[in-house]
Design a protein around this ligand. Structure first.
Ligand code: TXD
Length: 319
């Protein structure tokens, strides 16, 4: 059986980490593309030379010609510019819209059967632009944000409760960014919902509220510390878990930016919701009932995504 092929468009901080993780996990052969000439070739070569030590087999190719992504089973897109301190994710919209259009067209040409995971910010809008430019079916194009946001939430909760991160599950909804909606009543430690843990005295409501806020600000906290870019280890690990679920038909239930057609009252927008990812791409969208508070937060988040999509549509119509 031929190995799967994973194409990485963008070989920066996240792209390089994706290549290493995909190699270590033996997900398949890896092609790394970037417009910065030489850099993707260098990273591919460097990672290939770690394979004998780590003990994995994967063909690593790097280059600046889109033909290297040909026939990929999975394409992960990080191409674009990241945030600098003081910049919001939305400041990136102008530059990255153009990048998504080029990348989308290339994917449509060279890898039309791929499962595509977009990471470039502002995420929920960029995945929408890329899907349109690629012409790929909407169930094969998703955005990565929720796995990262919920992983951040789980990290902070495990720290607070002094339990293994493995036993903490978290549920987040909505757009990536300041308006995302951590769903406290669906987040648990070994199945015990967080509100019950407050009642049991494991934590206080105030501490829980602070953790929710820290999760929302999780990206900014790291941007501020790094000074020269944004988070990359956890974002890469998150996207790899989505690729893994697709390639192995694991049917994991993961929060991703998925194309909604009426679910949660949203039409033709990409918003973070739980979905089943298997060999068919997004195989099912999980629609849960929200209480009034959650609905208000969700609608606010959807409103923020909608506003940015309108900005893109306006930019395009003025061209
Ligand atoms: O949760 C999430 N979705 C995110 C998103 C979490 C963290 C970071 N997030 C975003 O991912 C971030 O705001 C950026 O938009 C992307 C990529 O972040 P990364 O840290 O990897 O950025 P780099 O290191 O700057 O890498 C981007 C690469 C860089 O090597 C450029 O040369 C390349 O993109 N680039 C391009 N590649 C191909 N084609 C074009 N046009 C292009 N333009 C730049």
């Amino acid at each position: 059986m031929a190995r799967n092929k994973i194409a990485l468009v963008g070989a920066g901080q996240i792209g390089g980490t994706l290549a290493l993780l995909a190699g270590l996990k033996e997900l398949g052969d890896i092609a790394v593309f970037d417009i910065a000439e030489g850099m993707p070739d260098g990273k591919a070569l460097d990672i290939a030379q770690s394979a004998p030590v780590e003990g994995f087999d994967a063909k690593m190719t790097g280059g600046s010609d889109y033909s290297i992504i040909e026939g990929a089973d999975v394409v992960i897109v990080t191409a674009g510019v990241p945030r600098k301190p003081g910049m919001s994710r939305d400041d990136l919209i102008g530059i990255n819209t153009g990048v998504m259009k080029t990348v989308g067209a290339a994917i449509g040409k060279y890898a039309p059967d791929a499962f595509v995971i977009v990471i470039t910010n502002p995420l929920d809008v960029m995945v929408w632009v890329l899907q349109q430019a690629s012409g790929l079916p909407t169930n094969k194009v998703v955005g990565m944000a929720g796995v990262l946001d919920s992983s951040r939430f789980r990290t902070f909760l495990a720290e607070e409760f002094k339990v293994s991160v493995e036993d903490v599950t978290a549920f987040v909804l909505g757009g990536h960014g300041d308006t995302m909606v951590p769903l406290v009543r669906y987040s648990t430690v070994a199945g015990i919902p967080l509100p019950d843990l407050v009642k049991l005295g494991w934590t206080t409501q105030e501490k829980l509220d602070a953790i929710v806020q820290r999760t929302r600000d999780g990206g900014a906290e790291i941007v501020k510390l790094l000074k020269t870019g944004s988070a990359f280890y956890a974002p890469a690990a998150s996207a790899i878990s989505m690729a893994d679920s697709y390639l192995k038909d694991k049917k994991r239930v993961l929060p991703v930016a998925a194309h909604l057609t009426g679910q949660y009252g949203v039409d033709d927008l990409y918003v973070g919701v739980p979905v089943v990812i298997g060999a068919g791409g997004v195989e099912r969208i999980v629609e849960i009932e929200l209480n009034a508070d959650e609905k208000a937060m969700f609608d606010n988040s959807v409103g923020a995504v909608k506003t940015l999509v309108e900005v893109v549509k306006k930019m395009e119509s003025e061209k």
